[in-house]
Design a protein around this ligand. Structure first.
Ligand code: ATP
Ligand code: MG
Length: 254
């Protein structure tokens, strides 16, 4: 029996995309929980529904049927204003496609999100500069996204997701555009955030990134196809951890 609190729960969650006449069922009757303080990893083949599931869990997209609960609040029953405030104040999201605003500077990209939050008593620009500094971007703050590298853009996207001091951070392939050492640095940042008891849900294809989590959920054809529980991440047991995760993934056809 898991003694941790549940921060998100889904019931019979479904998502169907209607492109032409035919619907494509992408998420199929998923019942799952996300636990408070966990670093949850979602893995699965390309097209298995990971990004779609992350959008539904974070209330960025509408489900076709079923429900997502945050405590006793059901997402589909929230009024628009409540939903907007929820998205602004309670979640942070690092998009798979980065999605920076091309005509805003690095600093403005982060500050524009910071200024939307209802959390008060903060100097948003100073908080943004500090966060960008922590992410090694102090020399880039006045540049446009097109004037910095892909890895730097990815770190700006991380800063933008963290500026609201959200309760739950969602990250879709956050190391996708990074080289090995940049990827490790970013994962260190995420691990530090998780050590402060912030819940993280991260999609990744990368074994090393997956090892940072303490729970791995494997998705196949829009359904959960097994999960693995691990202790919290410690650098000194990395080799054993990689082997355990690798064995779990191999058994699922990864
Ligand atoms: N807006 C959309 N309209 C129609 N089909 C979509 C849409 N978004 C995603 N799909 C389809 O849903 C399926 C799951 O897509 P999703 O982006 O969730 O996969 P994924 O597991 O994140 O893949 P990847 O690892 O490549 O990012 C795919 O078959 C995709 O083509
Ligand atoms: Mg995806």
């Amino acid at each position: 029996m898991n003694e941790k609190g549940i921060c998100i729960e889904t019931k019979n969650l479904c998502k169907t995309y209607y492109n032409s006449k035919q619907g494509v069922h992408v998420i199929k009757n998923i019942d799952m929980e996300i636990y408070e303080g966990d670093f949850t990893i979602i893995m699965g083949a390309s097209g298995s529904g990971k990004t779609t599931l992350l959008y539904l869990l974070s209330a960025l997209d509408e489900m076709t049927s079923g429900e997502v609960y945050y405590g006793d609040r059901s997402i589909s029953k929230m009024k628009l204003k409540e939903l907007v405030n929820f998205r602004r104040n309670e979640i942070g999201y690092i998009f798979q496609g980065i999605n920076l605003v091309p005509y805003l500077s690095v600093l403005e990209n982060v500050a524009v999100v910071g200024k939307l939050t209802q959390r008060k008593n903060r100097n948003v620009v100073e908080s943004c500069k500090k966060l960008l500094c922590d992410l090694d971007l102090e020399d880039e703050i006045y540049r446009l996204p097109s004037e910095i590298s892909g890895g730097q853009q990815q770190r700006v996207a991380v800063a933008r997701a963290l500026i609201n001091d959200c309760d739950i951070l969602f990250a879709d392939e956050p190391t996708g555009a990074l080289n090995t050492s940049q990827g490790e640095n970013l994962l260190d940042v995420l691990s530090e955030i998780n050590d402060k008891d912030k819940s993280i849900v991260m999609v990744t294809h990368d074994l090393k990134a997956a090892c940072r989590g303490n729970r791995i959920v494997y998705l196949k054809d829009g359904k959960i196809h097994g999960e693995l529980s691990l202790e919290k991440f410690r650098k000194d047991d990395l080799e054993d951890r990689e082997q355990t995760v690798y064995n779990f993934l191999r058994k699922r056809g990864w």
